[in-house]
Design a protein around this ligand. Structure first.
Ligand code: FAD
Ligand code: 2HG
Ligand code: ZN
Length: 470
């Protein structure tokens, strides 16, 4: 399943490829990339674990062009991999070999900004950071925030139902989507963009496209609900020597800090890698095994609510509180720079899982020994969004193709009643383990949807589902 990138020579056979000629006719010759060097960045994923050569990379500039590209590929029965910012972490945004990559990067225009309803309409290829920059003069921003904000597109975030750091306050991407335009494999385009507050006319197609990871259609535009930019922000970093205390304080904060918008957990192993990679000074004079980061935001004085709630928090061994932007960013860096720091030392197996809150501690305590039993080189690094029990288990020390760590961790998660796919998606990385938490009837229903909307299985085949089971 996981594969090392094997590059072949540029555009072999492309000169006479009738599909490539047709795609050039649709989007213009410059927007169809066949040269290996030009295609390279579209063919390897962020983790460096997934990717293979594509047939071509096509960069349409409008929904109509997307629809025509899909219709052409459908007729030719050539698979299409939709791609936004290519920051996905489960191998769903890059080819497995020979597909057409459909990049949405050129479909990134702002269509409408409505400060009265606090909604925006924009092209699917707009990045989260660009959207926030456009919304900021109106005192608004996207309710989902994540460390990949500069590259991740709103289309990709909808396609993966992205979560990030503010889910406990604003929900995941599905909660932000107020309307959607989507192109299907047969070249049809469905637009549900009215923004009417109550509309239950039939099936919720946009709701189903959210989280479908490019397997049902290509999102071309979105109407998104925005949230206010809250000017007063405070971040607390807390150190613990007991996991139970760390989890307890973080979960209590959800009830006790009215303006809480983030609650994150990380561990000494991850912090050490971050310090080494970034050169940041350690947050405290002493090293502690467990760290919780809390952020509150409000119109006025977020700090006092946070500080009051923490005054009697049990088991806190050291703490830092920051209100100025530079200080807040420094505390956040200890948490947000985990992903790049891990990547700087190897290619990890990334297992984005969620546990029922009551089983979180048991999971954290069992997962390390479980991996050590598999290999003495196992190096698990855990961190995540603790309010929803979302743990990012990154495992170093195993070959890329060795599925044992994935299998062991996902089985443990399932046995504890958790989810094997919390916010990054299933992609190709976890497809094999779908049955752990989805029944045969459930998978059959998903297949029926896939068969109905994409009968030729050209939309990102192999992501979430394999055409022929197994
Ligand atoms: P891509 O990576 O290009 O694609 C992801 C999937 O969506 C693929 O299956 C692709 O086929 C499909 N897709 C993309 N665009 C479309 C479209 N327009 N229509 C249909 N399908 C499409 N994720 C989180 O949820 N929370 C986090 O906190 C978080 N933090 C991250 C931090 C870092 C440093 C990195 C590198 C990644 C992080 N991610 C996080 C993962 C990633 O950023 C998200 O999954 C993001 O939503 C992907 O957006 P993208 O535009 O890069 O999509
Ligand atoms: C985060 O929360 C992202 O920082 C990335 O979801 C997680 O690298 C990871 O495993
Ligand atoms: Zn995350």
């Amino acid at each position: 399943m996981a594969r090392r990138r094997r590059r072949r020579r540029a555009g072999s056979g492309v000169a006479g490829d009738p599909l490539v000629a047709r795609l050039r006719g649709i989007v213009g010759p410059v927007q169809v990339l066949t040269d290996a060097e030009m295609r390279a960045s579209y063919e390897t994923d962020w983790t460096r674990r997934f990717g293979a050569p594509s047939r071509a990379v096509v960069r349409p500039g409008s929904a109509d062009e997307v629809a025509s590209v899909l219709a052409a590929c459908n007729e030719a029965r050539v698979a299409v991999v939709p791609q936004g910012g290519n920051t996905g972490l489960v191998g769903g945004s890059v080819p497995r070999g020979g597909e057409v990559v459909l990049s949405t990067k050129r479909i990134a225009a702002l269509d409408e900004m409505d400060p009265v309803t606090a909604q925006v309409i924009a092209g699917a290829g707009m990045t989260a950071a660009a959207l926030n920059e456009l919304a900021s003069p109106y005192g608004l921003r996207l309710g989902v925030d994540l460390a990949s904000r500069d590259s991740a597109t709103i289309g990709g975030m909808a396609a993966t139902n992205a979560g990030g750091i503010n889910v406990l306050r604003y929900g995941m991407m599905r909660a932000q989507v107020g309307g959607m335009e989507v192109a299907f494999a047969d070249g049809s385009v469905v637009s549900r963009m009215s923004g009417v507050g109550r509309d239950n006319t039939g099936y919720d197609l946009p709701g189903m496209i959210v989280g479908s990871e490019g397997t049902l259609g290509v999102v071309t535009a979105l109407r998104l609900r925005l949230v206010p930019v809250l000017p007063s922000r405070a971040v607390a970093l807390l150190a613990f020597d007991s996991l139970e205390a760390a989890i307890g304080v973080a979960l209590n904060a959800r009830n006790e800090v009215a303006d809480l918008q983030a609650a994150e957990l990380f561990f000494a192993t991850g912090l050490e890698l971050v310090l080494k990679h970034t050169g940041l000074a350690a947050p405290f004079t002493e090293r502690w095994p467990f760290y919780v980061l809390l952020e509150a935001a409000s119109r006025m004085d977020a700090a006092s609510g946070l500080a009051d709630a923490l005054v009697n928090a049990a088991g806190v061994r050291d703490s830092a509180l920051a209100t100025e932007a530079r200080d807040r960013m420094r505390l956040w860096a200890y948490r947000e720079r985990h992903t790049e720091s891990i990547s700087s030392v190897g290619v990890p197996h990334k297992l984005d899982v969620a546990l029922p809150l009551g089983r979180l501690r048991e999971f954290v305590e069992r997962v390390g020994p479980l991996l050590s039993d598999l290999s003495e080189n196992a190096m698990p690094i855990l961190f995540g969004h603790i309010a929803e029990g979302n743990v990012h288990v990154n495992v170093l020390g195993f070959e890329e193709d060795d599925e044992r760590p994935d299998d062991a961790v996902l089985r443990l998660v399932a046995s504890l009643g958790g989810s094997i796919s919390a916010e990054h998606g299933v992609g190709v990385a976890k497809r094999k383990w779908l049955e752990l938490t989805r029944s045969a009837a459930d998978i059959a229903a998903m297949r029926a949807v896939k068969d109905g909307l994409d009968p030729g299985w050209i939309m990102n085949p192999g992501v979430i589902l394999q055409r022929h089971a197994g």
